[in-house]
Write a protein that binds this ligand. Structure first.
Ligand code: SF4
Ligand code: SF4
Length: 260
């Protein structure tokens, strides 16, 4: 089902007259819908390149605005302002200020990958949402999001030990985001698990909190992963520096050369 173009226009920019007659013809209500004229003076011509520099964002240029990602999106179904297709449009147009109006909800992507599975152009919109959230943090527009805090703790355990302990991830996530460690939903889950699983599972989990089990022969793998992450971070940092330098000094043609 195609997405309605109204999703590309903010509700406050739509003007409808409840009673209006033009040349004697009644055009009240939706017949008199107009789009308010807007002036956008502050394009960021490098916005697409900046977001493409973050992990997951490199295929954003492939989007042809079919809207399938938004139609399939889990979060859009409950929060219509969460609109991957709309944000990709803004990014490609360089409309940074317009994008910033949604900066507090972009991180809400739950990584269900429905958008990525359905995208006919292999844009990987889920990756673009993550890249956009990281870009917002990198630019200092938003503090570190809860999703980022969770990812960091998850990744830390994978890199350090090759294994994750769900209880530890949850505990660190709640304490780092300053949430109470005892929550109703958590207690309900723990009760459910305790009733269904054998006692030895509980003992194993408790021991894992103390002895932190590692994957076998993890040391070599860990250093390879750490090196890879360092190199990727360094490459991205240099790319962003080049884009920023070119932005202030040279022509649009050179922008593209700098990003390659
Ligand atoms: S991965 Fe994120 S953007 Fe994609 S469908 Fe799921 S919630 Fe929506
Ligand atoms: S990201 Fe893919 S699914 Fe979404 S609008 Fe662009 S081409 Fe369509």
């Amino acid at each position: 089902m195609p997405i309605h173009e109204k999703s590309l226009i903010r509700p406050e920019n739509l003007k409808v007259h409840e009673t209006l007659a033009i040349d004697g013809i009644d055009v009240s209500g939706h017949w008199s819908t107009f789009i308010e004229t807007r002036v956008v003076p502050d394009y960021n011509e490098n916005l697409e390149l900046e977001i493409a520099a973050f992990p997951g964002g490199s295929k954003i240029h492939r989007c042809f605005q079919c809207g399938s990602c938004t139609n399939a999106c889990t979060i859009n179904a409950i929060e219509p302002r969460f609109n991957p297709r709309y944000w990709i449009y803004l990014i490609r147009m360089g409309m940074e200020q317009e994008l910033l109006r949604d900066k507090d909800i972009i991180w809400q992507c739950v990584s269900c990958h429905k958008c990525t599975n359905i995208c006919p152009r292999s844009v990987e919109p889920e990756g673009v949402m993550k890249a956009t959230a990281l870009w917002l943090e990198d630019k200092g527009y938003v503090p570190k999001s809860p999703a980022h805090v969770f990812d960091e703790e998850f990744s830390r355990q994978v890199i350090e030990r090759g294994k994750i302990e769900d209880t530890e991830v949850l505990h660190k996530f709640l304490s780092k985001t300053k949430q109470p460690l005892v929550q109703d939903w958590l207690v309900a889950i723990m009760w459910g698990i305790a009733r269904r699983l054998p006692v030895k599972w509980g003992i194993k989990t408790a021991l894992a909190q103390v002895f932190k089990p590692k994957a076998r022969r993890w040391k070599n793998v860990r250093s390879a992963i750490s090196d890879y992450i360092y190199e990727e971070d360094e490459m991205r940092r240099q790319k962003l520096q080049t884009i920023a330098a070119v932005r202030t000094s040279q022509t649009p043609q050179t922008h593209l050369e700098a990003a390659e």
